[in-house]
Design a protein around this ligand. Sequence first.
Ligand SMILES: Nc1nc2c(ncn2[C@@H]2O[C@H](COP(=O)(O)OP(=O)(O)OP(=O)(O)O)[C@@H](O)[C@H]2O)c(=O)[nH]1
Ligand SMILES: [Mg+2]
Length: 716
Amino acid sequence: MSPAAPHSAAPQACAPTTDIVLLAGNPNTGKTSLFNALSGMRAKTANYPGITVDLRKVTMPIASPDQSQPPTFIDLIDLPGLYSLEPTSPEETVSSEALQGRRLGTPAAVVLVLDATNLSRNLLLANEVLQLGLPTLAVLNMIDSAESSGIEIDQEKLSKQMECPVVAVSARTGFGLDKFHRELDALLAKNRATPALPIARPSCSVGCTGCRYAATFDWSESVVAQSVSGNREPRNENYEWIDRILTAPLVGTLSLLAIMLSVFFLIFSLADIPMSAIESGFGWISDRVDGIIPTETVHKALWIPLITAIGMATFAMGYRLAEIRWGKRAIGVAVVTSLLIALLPLEDFRSLILHGVIGGIAGVVVFLPQICILFFFITILEDSGYMARAAFVMERIMRRVGLPGKAFVPMLSAHACAIPGIMATRTIENWRDRLVTILVLPLLTCSARLPVYAMISALLFGANPLLAALTFAGAYMLGLGAALLSAWCLKKTIIAGEAAPLVIELPPYRMPTLRNAFFTTLDRASVFLRNAGSIILLISVILWAMATYPKLPESAVAQQNDSAELDSGSLAQQSLEYSIAGRTGKALEPIFSPLGFDWKINVGVVSSFAAREVLVSTLSIVYGMGEEGADDEAGLVEKLRRQKRADGSPVFTTAVCFSVLVFYVLAMQCLPTQAITKRETGSWKWAIFQLVYMTVMAYVAAMITFQSLAALGFNA
Ligand SMILES: Nc1nc2c(ncn2[C@@H]2O[C@H](COP(=O)(O)OP(=O)(O)OP(=O)(O)O)[C@@H](O)[C@H]2O)c(=O)[nH]1
Ligand SMILES: [Mg+2]
């Protein structure tokens, strides 16, 4: 979620009164969309129930109709959806307690968000909320869809029946929001003049439930009968046949595969041009910077403060935006790094800027277009309502391996990043079900793996988008298959127990909005760039130092210079082998050679322990430095493709590429995920278990892949 409007989260100091206003309603009625439309925030929305799982707050002004009056400030709270005040899941409990004043105190008003295309069902909850006696404003959201489906709602009659003001809006188009502001302001003013006394909700004893529900049902039917005309049952009837196909066991699974394959195909077909543009852009920057890096000490003295100031600002901003709470320490690290940089000899300084900073960042950023295209299409699929059908298809398989149906939404989130995925498991009531889900989630392909997949696909199949898409799809399937298999093993051994089935309401198909897809893509892109500008930059600088020092002794360089066969490439290669990174990579050879990795890939494996995408920047740095003097303009994939072993055979053979791919699909290379696993499970025990089982699985699977492909002759 990121603020987009200047007034969002305005400081309380300028707020004379801050009333709490709750946005409540059934799941998938557009509460978060309304929250975003009112506040300018960009909280996650999607066309399936259960997206919001916790309270979300923004302090914002509500415009008063009287322009001479200052605006009223409210704390607008977006609640998770609920079907009844008697909760059946943790997120419903959050909403129910907030509505009954047990979380944030008595709210000043409740905005009851109703789906105008499905009023009779929404009125069941409305009835319970109205009985709380709080000042309530009913919002008929999705009025655009209702109108286009031929549903006519008499707002005056509805308001009379519900005994509260009613306003029709479309959170999507912005229709009715002015009126919403006026009505809410009037409601709050009235409440301030004569505060409503909330009515304590009677605790329900066994036996009363039936009659109360029957009465609520009759009330909602009679309200609909009197206030709704036109097409009363427009939902999904025309699309039932599509649902039957998309949720059928075999055809549904094949459709899911075909849809994902098409998305991957589009990624590769569309990303080519922007990727080449980014690559040439970085090439251009590199040339310019190389041209202006001074050759005289006095110029260097001017240069270094500038570079270090930019570096410090980037680090500080990166950490602040990434919400890592060690900003001061980050600045400390930047200051020390800057001082060290200031002491560098000119040639090393040049290499740091060209290889460490520009090379490291360029290696990762070049994959930005693919990440953007993927998230754009995933958002379109989510908004259309298709993902809820996919949940149905997957649920059958998930339940067989012991994963609860509710794990689907966390699994979807984990495709962006395992961290929100693990946090979303809070909706799973049963602790054992939740633990299994947390332990297997990092196996699903997150966006940090995409640069690695893209690099390997390009190495293997170059410009063939279909084969590259198949490699991508294969990697996704391998991650999913490994997650399902691991869940099955865990449920059969240490965390036994029956998994709860999924009860999900299929949402209607909706036309996705390009705006939502665009902003979601923008948010993902900014997270990716922030990482590239902070953590990846930091690791790249450290790695550059490890790949540069200690330097070859003068005597060895002189000996090389005397040699007749000298070329600058082989000297660079020797310097690299002599460095800490080179020695580490070489020391690891006995461990990783059964996987087909050469010592430079080993350096990548070690450096990407904290974050997977670092593999790409590391290879970019290590192979770039080992090739000093060669064509620096070439992109990473080109550089990797021409790497040779001592015997002259290529390093990145088909067997090696697949082995690296399998390793990165399965390995736990992500420190922040480990920290979140520890936090959510309450102990390091499970975080360490996760690290060990995933690393062992990655190692064994990559070894089997390499050895079998090599035996079939694919290692030449
Ligand atoms: N046509 C139309 N679609 C809307 C409108 N408001 C929301 N939507 C769509 O409805 C879907 C659900 O929206 P959300 O805002 O995530 O709904 P929510 O009530 O917050 O859902 P939960 O958090 O799961 O309870 C999304 O696909 C939105 O794009 C609207 O006014 N018109
Ligand atoms: Mg929501």
